[in-house]
Design a protein around this ligand. Structure first.
Ligand code: IPE
Ligand code: IPE
Ligand code: MG
Length: 280
């Protein structure tokens, strides 16, 4: 059995190698896969046709991420708010999700992908829950890309759930109140132990987060593409990564502090020297 995705070939391999040598590949990419309905409408097709084609986009993005060495890919597939859509669309989406899981898991497993899910999984149809549990179990020892499916997920749901669990653990004495800090809260979120996304991609041009990973996106770089999700292919992912590589991630600091060259004095050293007149 192959260990990892089949390597890219030809021009694709060249582009991937250039991306890897030009800069850092994000460890964790999160994607808001949006625009399925508009893509279908544009083509005179029903919305579900857009969702169907979106599965192809998922396949391509997952494979390209695996080949590039991305460690985590989180896909926003169904939000808490999406339950408010017409019943017919919701049930078609659930059927499509079930079919995609059944059809794709063997390939993902061969490609060394580990499947995980975040969200209120117990609200999904029983058949989907069973299939998900089976796929997660089957792929749990894989060591390549971790594919995190956000299903019936919202950031506020995640934070609320964490808060309830924290309160429970404080009451039971398992967690001390004084030990509640950012890193302990992080552990209670559904993404506990997973590094925050470095890059958030949203398709279809919408400039909003739509209740995705509210806590976790605090310092993610955001790339918005006008492409509808069903039209999104690996070249668009590469464009997002290229955009990411051009960014300076300052995390509240100033540019000079980010210098990684060991032989250049740190920003603070230089400031202290200019104030005190000290020589190194
Ligand atoms: C994203 O596409 C898929 C889901 C939210 C499930 P949409 O269905 O939101 O498509 P648009 O935004 O209406 O075009
Ligand atoms: C966000 O897309 C949710 C998913 C992609 C699963 P929506 O289409 O639901 O977001 P809004 O309603 O435009 O904000
Ligand atoms: Mg949408």
């Amino acid at each position: 059995m192959r260990k990892g995705p089949q390597k890219a070939t030809g021009e694709d391999a060249r582009i991937q190698a250039k991306l890897q040598s030009d800069g850092e590949i994000p460890r964790h990419i999160a994607i808001i896969m949006d625009g399925n309905g508009r893509w279908a409408k544009q083509k005179g097709m029903p919305r579900i046709a857009g969702h169907q084609e979106g599965v192809e986009s998922v396949r391509d993005a997952v494979e390209a991420c695996g080949q590039l060495g991305v460690e985590y890919l989180t896909l926003y597939a169904f939000s808490t708010e999406n339950w408010k859509r017409p019943q017919e669309e919701v049930s078609l989406l659930m059927r499509l999700l079930l079919k995609a899981l059944k059809d794709e898991t063997d390939r993902l497993h061969t490609n060394n992908v580990r499947i995980r899910a975040i969200g209120e999984i117990s609200s999904l149809p029983q058949e989907v829950q069973d299939e998900l549990a089976e796929d997660i179990e089957k792929t749990k020892a894989n060591t390549g890309l971790t594919l995190i499916l956000a299903l019936s997920y919202s950031g506020r749901w995640d934070i609320t759930r964490a808060l309830k669990q924290i309160l429970h653990d404080v009451h039971s004495g398992e967690l001390k109140k004084e030990d509640i800090d950012e890193s302990s809260i992080e552990r209670y979120l559904s993404t506990g132990g997973i590094p925050d996304p470095d890059l958030l991609i949203r398709t279809s041009g919408e400039i909003r987060i739509s209740n995705f990973l509210l806590w976790q996106l605090a310092y993610s770089e955001i790339h918005i593409t006008p492409k509808y999700w069903p039209a999104f292919r690996r070249v668009d992912l590469y464009e997002g990564i290229r955009d990411y590589q051009k960014r300076e991630r300052r995390f509240g600091m100033v540019s000079e502090q980010l210098s990684t060259k060991r032989d250049t004095p740190s920003y603070f050293d230089r400031v202290i020297r200019s104030v005190t007149g000290q020589q190194p």
